[in-house]
Design a protein around this ligand. Structure first.
Ligand code: ZN
Length: 376
């Protein structure tokens, strides 16, 4: 049973984090900081709590610090009983991020505490578990794509906290559809960093993409958990539910909206879903797939697709696991069962080089288009 923590019950409660010269703040989307205290001259103890427990060890933190005059401060960021996952990133504007220098942080107490040495000054310094891609970023990105005449952005529905869940559709004369979803798990930023260039490549004005879109349609829901993204949740939506354990159950609005969209498009028509991709992050780059030749449609797609990526990127190790979580109500299991199609969890390592994420994503998108064009 999942038990809501105080932070989850009152996500908007902000701790008092002003200490004279130094102030911590969480007045921006995706911020998370649940406790703070001063423990010495220029030494502070901060804490983050998950939205509900039990939960996997993905402590998400995001806050900013300011000081009246520039000074070095030491921050102990406590995760409670949970273990460290994300090395700290810093930013001056909340948009451009760099990894904090390795000599400026330590992981202490068996991974339960992160100690940071920070230079605080009058300009805010943002500190976060990963780069921040918030709901507004997705909206602006999608609005940009929707300028293309062949891309339509529209509302899929509203989340429990009344955030918009939008979809992008590219539909031509073809009858076959590819479904792409992302951000079921809010802190999984590297999955988002892959989804964005992957989708851009599919929607590009290239010969391959034009040819692809003549035959295949796209349904894209890049940000399926906007409540969790806004609140800086570690994993769940605002009901404390793991959305990637709700496929087939459909107890949560976010997932039911996608099901309804699929039913509306594919029940009693000659339109057909042929492939599903779901972007996530974990410890390493890995594709969770079905076994080959187990789906009615595109039985060899996954093998051919991953071979293409490996062939294009000889120095990149394409890792595939065809047996992950077979019995759980995930996107992958539901889609492949209900539609007898390949449905793949595209996992990106938390610490994978950001340029490599983009390169693999663009290569993966080109490979997907080539393989689909050849196999049908
Ligand atoms: Zn995930």
């Amino acid at each position: 049973m999942i038990v809501a923590s105080p932070a989850w019950a009152a996500p908007k409660d902000r701790p008092i984090c002003g200490f004279g010269e130094v102030r911590f703040d969480i007045d921006f989307p995706s911020a998370r900081l649940n406790e703070c205290a001063r423990t010495g001259p220029d030494e502070y103890s901060l804490g983050v709590m998950p939205e509900a427990t039990p939960i996997n060890a993905s402590p998400w933190y995001a806050f900013k610090v300011m000081a009246a005059s520039t000074r070095m401060i030491s921050v102990y960021l406590h995760y409670g009983v949970h273990s460290h996952r994300y090395p700290p990133k810093i930013s001056k504007d909340g948009k451009t991020w760099t990894l904090l220098d390795r000599s400026d942080y330590q992981i202490l107490f068996a991974g339960k505490t992160l100690q940071l040495s920070l230079v605080a000054g009058p300009q805010p310094l943002y500190i976060a578990a990963q780069e921040i891609i918030d709901n507004r970023y997705y909206e602006q990105w999608a609005d940009g794509l929707a300028q293309l005449e062949y891309v339509e952005k529209s509302l899929l529905g509203k989340s429990p906290n009344n955030h918009s869940i939008f979809k992008l559709v590219s539909a031509g004369q073809g009858k076959e559809w590819v479904l792409i979803v992302g951000r079921q798990h809010p802190p999984e930023l590297t999955g988002a960093l892959a989804l964005l260039p992957f989708v851009e490549t599919l929607l590009a004005d290239s010969d391959l993409a034009r040819q692809f879109r003549q035959r295949f349609n796209l349904l894209i829901v890049p940000n399926l958990n906007p409540d969790g993204v806004a609140a800086g949740n570690w994993r769940y939506n605002m009901n404390g539910i793991d959305l990637n354990r709700d496929w087939g159950l459909f107890t949560q609005v976010e997932i039911a909206l996608v099901r309804d969209e699929l039913l509306r498009r594919f029940a009693r028509t000659d339109q057909r879903l042929v492939l599903g991709l779901d972007f996530h992050s974990t410890g390493e780059d890995v594709f969770y797939t079905q076994q080959d030749d187990t789906t009615l449609y595109l039985p060899g797609f996954t093998r051919d697709w991953l071979e293409y990526i490996a062939g294009q990127l000889p120095n990149y190790r394409v890792k595939r696991e065809a047996t992950n979580n077979p019995g759980l109500p995930t996107f992958k299991t539901y889609l492949s069962g209900a539609y007898s199609i390949p449905a793949i969890t595209y996992e990106v390592g938390d610490n994978t080089d950001r340029q490599l994420i983009t390169r693999v994503a663009r290569t993966g998108a080109r490979g997907m288009m080539r393989v689909l064009l050849n196999e049908n």
